[in-house]
Design a protein around this ligand. Structure first.
Ligand SMILES: NC(=O)c1ccc[n+]([C@@H]2O[C@H](COP(=O)([O-])OP(=O)(O)OC[C@H]3O[C@@H](n4cnc5c(N)ncnc54)[C@H](O)[C@@H]3O)[C@@H](O)[C@H]2O)c1
Length: 270
C-alpha cells in the first residue's frame, strides 16, 4: 500500500546485507512510498551479492562505502547527490558489529582492540556519516537521519556485552549532533530502539533465540518485526514527524514499559 509519504525525497540506506536485514525492509518500504535512494554497504559485505537483488527491485544504485572511512563517506555523498540529482532528504544508519560478541568474549574480560573496532563500526560511523554530510552541506533542510539502537543502551543485558556501551554512545551522538544540525540546518536526528529481530547481526548473539522468545512474551504486542521497524522509519523520514528530533524512540511492542508479563510469571510457577 502506498501513500507516497516519501514522494520526491532522496535517500541513502546503509546496511542491507540480505533479505532479513532491517535496512532491506526499509528500502522496500521507501521504494513503495515513492522515494529514490542509493544503497550502500561495506565492500566486503557485498561479496555475497544479495544487495544486487534489492537494487534491482527498488531501481536503486549501489555505492560501496566502508562507514568507518571518511573518504568513502565523502565519495558516497558526492556520487549519491550526482546520481539522485540533488541534496539528500533521509539517511538510514543500520550498521552494527561487535567482534567481542562474535567471539563470545565475556563483558568482564573484553578485548579492547575488538572493543575499539566495535565502537568505530557501530557508533563513530554514525558521527562520521553526520559530520561529512554537515561539512559537505549534503542534507536538505528538514532532512531526517535515523540510526538503529537497542534497549541495552539503558538497561543491563548480559549477552549484549560491549554493544550496550556502544549503543549508548550511538544514542548520545544522535542527541548531540541533533542539537547542532537542528539549530543550523533544521536536520532531524533520531535513534529507533528496536525489538530483538532475527537478522545476521541479531543472530550472532549467544542465547539470542531464548531471549527473542522472552521479549516476545514480555511485550503486550509481541516483538516488533523488521517490517514494522521499516514502517516506523518511513514515518520518521516523512514530513509527518517534522518536529521529532534528538530522541531515542522505543519500538518494541510495549516491552520497555512492562515490568513483568503474566506469561513470564506463569512460566516461573511451573
Ligand atoms: N537484529 C536485532 O535484534 C537488532 C535489534 C536492535 C537494533 N539492531 C540494529 O539494527 C542495525 C542493523 O542490523 P540488522 O539486525 O539488520 O543486521 P544485519 O547484519 O543485516 O545488518 C548489519 C549491517 O552492518 C553492515 N556493516 C558492518 N560493518 C560495516 C562497515 N564497516 N561499513 C558499512 N556497513 C557495515 C553489515 O554489512 C550489515 O549490512 C544494527 O545497528 C543493529 O545493532 C538490531
Amino acid at each position: 500500500m502506498s501513500n507516497n509519504l516519501l514522494k520526491g525525497k532522496r535517500g541513502i540506506i546503509t546496511g542491507a546485507l540480505d533479505e532479513n536485514s532491517i535496512a532491506w525492509k526499509v528500502a522496500l518500504k521507501a521504494h513503495e512510498q515513492g522515494a529514490t535512494f542509493v544503497l550502500t554497504n561495506a565492500p566486503i559485505a557485498m561479496r555475497m551479492g544479495e544487495i544486487n537483488k534489492l537494487a534491482e527491485k527498488t531501481n536503486s544504485k549501489i555505492i560501496p562505502a566502508d562507514a568507518t572511512v571518511v573518504a568513502d563517506i565523502e565519495k558516497l555523498y558526492t556520487e549519491s547527490m550526482e546520481h539522485l540529482g540533488g541534496k539528500i532528504d533521509f539517511v538510514l544508519h543500520s550498521i552494527g558489529m561487535s567482534v567481542n560478541i562474535r567471539k563470545n568474549v565475556p563483558y568482564t574480560e573484553l578485548n579492547y582492540d575488538y572493543f575499539n573496532k566495535g565502537i568505530d563500526v557501530s557508533a563513530l560511523s554514525f558521527h562520521k556519516i553526520l559530520a561529512v554530510a554537515h561539512k559537505m552541506d549534503a542534507l536538505n533542510e528538514w532532512g531526517s537521519v535515523v540510526a538503529l539502537s537497542y534497549i541495552a543502551a539503558q538497561r543491563a543485558y548480559p549477552f549484549y556485552t560491549d554493544m550496550a556501551d556502544i549503543k549508548a554512545m550511538l544514542e548520545s551522538i544522535a542527541r548531540t549532533f541533533g542539537y547542532h544540525y537542528g539549530k543550523q540546518k533544521k536536520v532531524r536526528i533520531n535513534t529507533v530502539s528496536q525489538s530483538p529481530t532475527r537478522t545476521t547481526a541479531g543472530g550472532g548473539i549467544k542465547g539470542f533465540n531464548e531471549f527473542f522468545e522472552f521479549a516476545d512474551h514480555q511485550s503486550p504486542l509481541g516483538n516488533a518485526s523488521a517490517e514494522d521497524c521499516a514502517n516506523y522509519c518511513i514515518t520518521l523520514f516523512s514530513d509527518l514527524t517534522r518536529m521529532v528530533t534528538m530522541q531515542n524512540l522505543l519500538h518494541d511492542g510495549g516491552y520497555s514499559s512492562t515490568g513483568v508479563s503474566q506469561e513470564q510469571l506463569d512460566a516461573m510457577a511451573k
